[in-house]
Design a binder for this molecule. Sequence first.
Ligand code: ASP
Ligand code: MG
Length: 358
Amino acid sequence: MPLAESLLQWATISIHGCAKMQEPSPSTKSIQQSSPPDMVTGIRYRYRSIRTPRARAILRIQHEAARAIRQFLDEAGFVELLAPIIGPVTDPGIRGAAAVPIKFNGEVFTLMTSMILYKQMVMATLPRIYSFSPCVRLEPTASRGTGRHLAEFYQVDLEVARASCEQVMDVGDALLVQVLQAVRKECEPQLELLGRTLPLFSGSFPRVTFAEVVEMLRDEGIVLDSRRELPWKAEQILSQRFETPFWITEYPTGSRGFYYLTDPERPSLLRSFDFILPEGYGEIASGGEREHTLKGVIGKMHRTREKPAKYKWYIDMLREGIPPSAGFGIGLERLTRYLCGVPHIWECSPFPKVPGVI
Ligand code: ASP
Ligand code: MG
């Protein structure tokens, strides 16, 4: 049997002997563009799929993005903080996903769904922080097909004391521009292998309000409940419509976690936003200004049916007082997916856990 036929897909071979170096002829392309592997097989045999040039290119781009993020934030005076992995409470605003409880010292703790409450804790001591924080969210199986849900992912979480939404959205604009520039510059062969042409943006990205988005979608025949989060489908349509990344601001009160501040002038709106990528890649970040007074948080907890008693340390902390702050969390694998132009996010995690894929 010829050697090539006897090999398993993704096998590694070693060749011994002497090689004569030849200049590649101008007609030979040194890099072949790769196509995405099948998800179920790629995850089942991850130890094989991870050794392909395609997987290597994606992981290399992810590394470059992480490096550029750290460089940008360090230069902007942020301090990197080690993120919590478990805690007595975590972020409840996770859109239908479930948190994972674990036993610790006879108590029920959970794995972090996001470190939002802990970011607020640090504001009194370090006013500009970021973390590469691990998050676990057991998403509904239906999210398997969205291409952008992982049950385990990393979030670049940042928080700035006494900042406004506008100020942290400015940080997000400049951060994304710098990451795109760095990846274009440092990862040319990897982008070529993936067949990805990354756009070059400068300046700031459009900011549209949630109410404007509801209008835009109505024009396309999609009628939404204007008091709730955007459904995935609507978000994807918008993402396909825009040619640049963009922000959706002013989410309606009641649509999100209790930690977002209600606009003091317009109580039906939250000082909260999402950052959406173009080309159908969808949301990469959520954030906003924080509800940081005891009264504000307790009022919202009642409305979102959260029990204040469960959040004991958080409530105690608010009673003693914390600075107001604003921030957001960027999904690192979602960002990688966009940078690499790959159809499903599973390829952007070295050890992917996709809802509904065993
Ligand atoms: N906690 C938010 C999330 O994970 C991010 C933030 O508000 O900082 O979506
Ligand atoms: Mg979000």
